[in-house]
Unconditional design. Sequence first.
Length: 277
Amino acid sequence: MDSGNLFFESSACRGTMLFLRNGDIRFGGSSMMSTDETSKKRPFFSSSEELFDEEYFDEQLPEKKRRLTPEQVLLLEKSFEAENKLEPVRKTQLANKLGLQPRQVAVWFQNRRARWKTKQLERDFDTLKSSYDSLLLKYEFTAKENEKLKSEVLSLNEKLQAKDVPMAPILDQKIDPLPVETAQFSALPFSTRVEDRLSTGSGGSSVVDMDSSQLVVESGDSYFPANSYTGYVACVKGVQSEDDDGSDDGRSYFSDVFVAPESHGQNHDALGWWVWS
DNA sequence: TTGTGTTTTATTGCCTCC
DNA sequence: GGAGGCAATAAAACACAA
């Protein structure tokens, strides 16, 4: 990992001097501190000036990878909530404020974005699953209705035949879906780009671009594959989203949608699903 | 206390953008 | 070409059951 280490040990401190490829020199070591103690001590990485300061060395034990204090994490979380990308000026300001190196702040944001993305994928999956289940129930219900109506037509035809009246035809085709208004949803093709979703963490609302007929998900909303899903989204009530850890913004990015299979017209697919455009 | 699974911090390598 | 982003990964720190 590191390009070179120099182990050192004394009565005061014990650890490893790390010579990193990027030219940084860092110190690692071990301690038997409690978590509480840890939170009171300095962060692991300090400026090279500090690290070569003898007084500093006498007072401070170099540590191995050190967890950030709750206060530091809180401030970082707040900053992330405001904006999940870190421009250089803000990085420097945060680093100064927190007593960390800018690199640490950048790394924290990088990892935080990764965690956020993982959570978001989980939420998207849950939402899609709920939507699928809901749509499946609807399909099954309507299919039963269809069968029921068919048998009614048969029955009535038999009665008409008995009275020698021309029969009504039984259409051997599947019925069309309910009108959009009746079904209480509207279909919208959507397409989102990962870059757009990640560009900021402060968004959260979805807007519909009527000109392009696309559901435009504002930055940081969802992680459906970019331009790879060409299905349709329809708004429906009652799909719950979850806010797992509370540290995320807790927004529901697709809490009111479900997805139907791809289609280019009002028709049925191979599995008998109703699809529309 | 110890083994094990999870979380957090940090590095590496590759990619994109300017 | 340098800066910054991301995915993958390592490893320390932590949590927790046995």
